[in-house]
Write a protein that binds this ligand. Structure first.
Ligand code: PLP
Length: 386
């Protein structure tokens, strides 16, 4: 199993904290945004006498409400198309296990969410990367690039929309191109849409579940973690109109018995979160993104692609090895007792040697902290020697 590039530097951060340093955590997508109060209250006031298992596919009441949430997003599914999972993480594992055998291949535009590597390894499948470039703002590579990679072992294409770590938001046209290719080659299209709400600059999200004619091919991954700042709830879901996929994923769900019961109660209540909550959150993220990108662009030798969604960006630094740089920041550098923790981007690629001069930054901190954090990176780059 590969280490998580997001978490592997934690021991160095702990050591730095022990030594009295303050750390700005830009490495992990743990938002500082408050969880909606109605979700927290629902857990406090429930009248359960036994904290029992729920159905393996999740409580029917909750799934019906999720289906209703989707219909408000112009996604037409019913509760039987949904399996509630322990986070989007488990939904990804169920999807991989349900549609692929050992040694099958999945094509993923890279850089991609690092744990796709881990989930693929644990499912015994091979990631076949198609490279998207910082110079192109991480746009979808040409469709011919995908077609070149399709072999008899290819079972699926996986996209993350909006993207972690790039913040890339796929256009309707791009989804249509992917839909055409998966139909032509009879593949699945898995879309990780856990950041659906987080789109900026007037851009709207187009789900693979909105694409007509893709019903048998589309598998959507979702989660409450980021949407409601409920990462610790561990609730997500797998959604597909393909009955065989749902029946197979249900077997995986049965093997692990049930998704968390209390967290389903919280997640069900969270569905009543008013739109104003998202408006405020999105306004906050846009401001953070703008400040972050503006400050990073001021640093000589730093290249950054402007994210159109989610809350991450990839920055290319004038260093050879961002792993070493990130560790050095924690071990050997500070500005007035403060330093930063970033995620080296190499782990977000599966092609060896690519992305070694890049880092991923999660803009999940307040604006003032982001400004300070980028200042620290700027000062660090002045003295750092590879
Ligand atoms: C793109 C993406 N997919 C899935 C997940 C998994 O999230 P969870 O298991 O908390 O739902 C994450 C978490 O950061 C993510 O960024």
């Amino acid at each position: 199993m590969p280490q998580s590039p997001i978490r592997k530097l934690v021991p160095f951060a702990e050591e730095a904290t022990k030594n009295g340093k303050t750390i700005y955590y830009l490495n992990i997508g743990q938002p500082d945004i408050k969880t909606p109060q109605i979700a927290l209250d629902a857990v406090k006031v429930h009248s359960l006498e036994v904290l029992a298992y729920t159905r393996s596919e999740g409580s029917e009441e909750y799934r019906k409400k999720i289906a209703n949430y989707y219909s408000n997003k112009d996604i037409d599914v019913n509760h039987e198309d949904i399996i509630v999972t322990t986070g989007g993480s488990e939904a990804l594992l169920f999807a991989f296990g349900s549609i692929m055998d050992v040694d099958d291949e999945i094509i993923i535009p890279e850089p991609f969410y690092a744990n796709y590597n881990g989930f693929s390894t644990s499912s015994g499948i091979q990631v076949v990367p198609v490279i998207s470039k910082i110079e192109d703002n991480f746009a979808l590579p040409a469709i011919e690039e995908f077609e070149k990679l399709i072999t008899p072992k290819t079972k699926a294409i996986l996209i993350c929309n909006p993207g972690n770590p790039t913040g890339y938001l796929y256009s309707k046209e791009e989804i249509k191109k992917l839909a055409a290719i998966v139909k032509k080659h009879d593949l699945f299209l898995i879309a990780d849409e856990v950041y659906r709400e987080f789109t900026y600059d007037g851009n709207t999200h187009y789900s693979i579940m909105q694409e007509e004619g893709l019903e048998e091919h589309a598998i959507m991954i979702d989660s409450v973690s980021k949407r409601y700042s409920m990462c610790g709830a561990r609730i997500g879901c797998l959604v597909s109109k393909n009955k065989a996929v749902i029946q197979t994923a249900l077997k995986f769900a049965q093997a692990r018995l049930s998704p968390p019961t209390l967290a389903q109660i919280a997640s069900e209540a969270a569905l009543n979160t008013p739109q104003s909550y998202f408006d405020d959150v999105i306004e906050e993220y846009v401001e953070r993104r703008n400040i972050l990108i503006e400050e990073l662009q001021k640093i000589e030798g730093v290249q950054v692609a402007t994210p159109k969604g989610a809350f991450y960006c990839i920055a290319q630094l004038p260093v050879k090895n961002s792993d070493a740089f990130a560790q050095w920041l924690l071990e050997n550098f500070d500005v007035d007792g403060e330093t930063v923790m970033v995620a080296p981007a190499g782990g977000f690629y599966s092609t060896p040697g690519v992305g070694l001069n890049q880092i991923r930054i999660a803009y999940v901190l307040k604006k003032e902290s982001l400004i300070k954090a980028v200042h620290i990176i700027k000062e660090a780059l002045k003295v750092y020697k590879d």
